[in-house]
Design a protein around this ligand. Structure first.
Ligand SMILES: Nc1nc2c(c(=O)[nH]1)N[C@H]1C(S)=C(S)[C@@H](COP(=O)(O)O)O[C@H]1N2
Ligand SMILES: [Mo]
Length: 239
């Protein structure tokens, strides 16, 4: 095993730089007229200390060498209904809920943020697994950007095919929980969740939503805990 060295978590300084680069592309609070200087000023506010402590306490799990990656087709397509199709140039990810800075990000915005790659095992409860490479932005970097309020304990993911998922906050800010936009360094195929999907080595396959269009930070779970969970699957879904 030759684990890939984890990149350091995005600091607020780096975020300031990043938000400076792509400020024009950010739509903060859905209010395009708010002053950019004011927005940048608010990025320097301290991140909620509980979340910061959570992030610092987490260790990455070992990854696999490139030579251990399985052939692409070993990751079986598992889609409960249909495959949504997106124009990647107009796609927007909405991040909202109990956060100080709700925002909408384009794929270009996400791709200006630090890129993380990982070779991990995908495990489906239906009895198959595959070692896969995902590339994308760490969900924790998005968390740092939107600044969840102190009340937040869960993260809810809405997908374009009607799928929905909820995660505990700790798993969401794990250093290897990614919003992936590539696989093997190439844009995701529609079947694999293009343009944006969850990928993490700490959760079972059904927790890893494809075609994610909205990420919502919540203090309480709603009765809709997850597409499969609401049919009896375990909610935590840890590996
Ligand atoms: N939106 C959405 N996400 C989803 C699913 C789905 O049906 N819809 N299936 C889940 C299951 S059970 C698995 S195993 C993985 C499969 O990912 P893949 O199709 O890219 O192999 O996606 C997960 N994410
Ligand atoms: Mo699965």
């Amino acid at each position: 095993m030759n684990p890939i060295l984890p990149q350091r978590t995005l600091s607020r300084r780096r975020l300031l730089q990043w938000s400076g680069i792509s400020g024009a592309g950010l739509l903060l609070n859905g209010c395009a007229s708010s002053l950019f200087a004011e927005q940048v000023g608010q990025f320097s506010e301290p991140l909620n200390q509980r979340i910061e402590a959570l992030m610092l306490s987490q260790k990455p799990v070992p990854e696999f060498a490139a030579s251990a990656l399985d052939p692409a087709e070993k990751l079986l397509i598992n889609t409960f209904d249909f495959t949504p199709r997106f124009d990647p140039t107009t796609f927007k990810l909405t991040i909202d809920g109990e956060v100080n800075r709700p925002m909408q990000l384009s794929l270009a915005d996400l791709q200006k943020m630090p890129l993380t790659s990982m070779n991990i095992r995908h495990v489906c409860v239906e009895g198959w697994a595959a070692i896969v490479q995902w590339n994308g932005v760490r969900l924790r970097d998005l968390v740092t950007l939107v600044q969840p309020k102190n009340t937040v304990r869960y993260v809810y993911f809405t997908s374009a095919d009607g799928y929905y998922e909820s995660w505990d906050l700790a798993s969401a800010v794990h250093p290897q929980t990614l919003m992936a936009y590539w696989r093997n360094g190439k844009p995701l195929t529609p079947d694999n969740g293009a343009p944006l999907r969850l990928a993490s080595p700490i959760k079972l396959g059904y927790k890893q939503s494809k075609w994610v269009t909205q990420i919502t930070f919540l203090s309480n779970l709603t009765p809709m805990k997850g597409y499969w969970e609401d049919q009896g699957y375990e909610w935590f879904g840890g590996l």
